[in-house]
Design a protein around this ligand. Structure first.
Ligand SMILES: Cc1ncc(COP(=O)(O)O)c(C=O)c1O
Length: 366
């Protein structure tokens, strides 16, 4: 398949008649000096000492090539898997590229949208023709598994999903797994989710070893504010991960990134993640309450992650005025399945949310 299909062919499988969204646009392009950043969903708190210390300690050890053995074992232990079921990557983004390049035998790749655009972009760049399943805003972007073609041999879905913030039930996703299919679940934001009475991440498949062809994509970028370090990992069957590893450059994950992976896999880190997710849920409830009170604003689905998707007629204009007033939010129109009336807003502390929603209210009332 590599090299045989060009981008125009891939594009032909997109929504007929709709303008093709720019899959290469990301929230960081919306941020500029002087703007309060509600466009990028990376937590801003400085790294705690148990994380910053080990990363800093590697700075005296950079003459050596990185050795992922310890970090791989630590991540494997966190997810109760053997080390062969872990592949460390330079962020989740590298994982998507490895999947796209190594799985050239896939005949019918399907991406469930709206979702983070890099998986589809990577598949296209590797020569795949990608089909989209567009979830319905009227249904709160919930997944109807029957919409996924039965013979799709590669299915990519996010959970919780960026930008909808919808968290699909684990059994619904698990039911998509089957022999002959590779099911990629992007859990870059799974550590932001909570549910009452559930001690861990409520709908994660990261620890599931019984599902054929499952690959879980994880990122340490979001909760730990490590976007610049580039560290994430894939979880899945050893033979499949070995195929993906063969497509990876040598020493792809740096020694500081490996130190972060080890630190973030510790029980201390996991407990801290849970506490952060609990606080985030309260901050998100506050943001949702404030947004819901505004005229014309509709919050999509039941938000479960570090951001909230809103529908607002004239959102493109509102976003431009927000920028003039010092606020950056993420445009929605670059996500397949959304359009110019959608915006994504990051969950921040209450004071920031109050200041933002006051400005937004002023714009909407003008
Ligand atoms: C849903 C989702 N998955 C993956 C990524 C990429 O994460 P990383 O920084 O680990 O490459 C992002 C980044 O925005 C994302 O939103």
């Amino acid at each position: 398949m590599h090299g045989e299909r060009n981008d125009d062919q891939a594009r032909s499988s997109a929504t007929p008649g709709a303008a093709e969204p720019d899959l290469g646009h990301h929230g960081d392009a919306e941020v500029a000096d002087g703007l309060v950043d509600l466009a990028v969903n990376v937590r801003r708190a400085p790294p705690p000492a148990w994380l910053a210390g080990p990363i800093a300690a590697t700075l005296t050890d950079l003459a050596r090539y990185p050795d992922p053995t310890g970090a791989r074992a630590a991540v494997a232990a966190r997810h109760r898997r053997p080390p062969e079921e872990v592949l460390l990557t330079a962020g989740a983004a590298e994982g998507f590229v490895l999947l796209a390049r190594a799985l050239s035998d896939r005949r019918r790749p399907v991406v469930v949208h709206p979702q983070f655009t890099e998986p589809e972009a990577a598949l296209r760049a590797a020569g795949h023709t990608v089909e989209r399943v567009l979830l319905d805003p009227a249904d709160g972007f919930r997944l109807d598994p029957d919409r996924v073609p039965a013979d799709a041999d590669l299915v990519v879905i996010g959970n919780p999903t960026n930008p909808t913030s919808v968290l699909h039930p684990a059994p619904v996703l698990a039911a998509l797994a089957r022999p002959g299919r590779i099911l990629v679940v992007d859990e870059a934001f799974a550590d932001t989710t909570t549910a009452p009475g559930v001690p861990g991440e409520p709908e994660s498949l990261a620890d599931r070893r019984d599902l054929p062809g499952l690959v879980v994509v994880r990122s340490l970028t979001k909760t730990w504010g490590l976007a610049g370090l580039r560290i994430g990992y894939l979880l899945g069957e050893p033979a499949l991960l070995a195929r993906l590893a063969a497509a990876q450059p040598l020493w792809a994950v740096s020694t500081p990134a490996l130190a972060a992976a080890t630190a973030c896999a510790s029980p201390t880190a996991v407990a801290a993640e849970r506490a952060i997710a609990t606080q985030l849920a309260a901050d998100r409830d506050h943001l949702v309450a404030r947004l819901t009170a505004l005229p014309g604003v509709r919050v999509a689905g039941r938000p479960a992650s570090a951001f909230v998707l809103i529908h607002l007629p004239g959102a493109a204009r509102v976003r431009a005025v927000l920028r003039e007033r010092g606020w950056a939010v993420r445009r929605g129109d670059t996500f397949p399945g959304l359009g110019p009336d959608w915006l994504r807003v990051a969950v921040r502390d209450r004071a920031t949310t109050d200041a933002f929603t006051d400005v937004l209210a002023g714009i909407l009332e003008a």
